[in-house]
Design a protein. Structure first.
Length: 107
């Protein structure tokens, strides 16, 4: 039988006070994992910030971060980077309108 996957956002879902995973939440996640459910934290945050939350849960909690640009699987973390042309186009668009801003980051 294929394992189930459970995905949880961080803010307003998994944590309280922006950084704290409650003991009850940790216990529920561990019970799911003991039933072969793969638990993922899915976040728009950068990978390292997702890792801070995952460490509170346990070593088996996986991460999808940076709006999907970085994710973990059995072999480790996988990263997808935008190419130069895409980055340049995004930057130029944000420069054309003072109401727009851009934030570029990597691990």
């Amino acid at each position: 039988m294929e394992p189930y996957l459970v995905f949880s956002d961080i803010d307003g879902t998994l944590v309280i006070d922006h950084q704290i995973v409650t003991p009850f939440t940790k216990r529920v996640i561990r019970e799911l994992q003991q039933r072969d459910v793969i638990f993922y934290i899915a976040t728009g945050r950068m990978y390292n910030l997702g890792k801070v939350i995952a460490r509170q849960i346990n070593d088996d909690a996986r991460i999808i971060a940076s709006n999907g640009a970085v994710f973990e699987n059995e072999q480790g973390s996988v990263q997808h980077h935008l190419g130069y042309a895409a980055l340049k186009a995004a930057y130029e668009i944000t420069q054309s309108d003072p109401r727009l801003s851009a934030h570029f980051f990597y691990d």
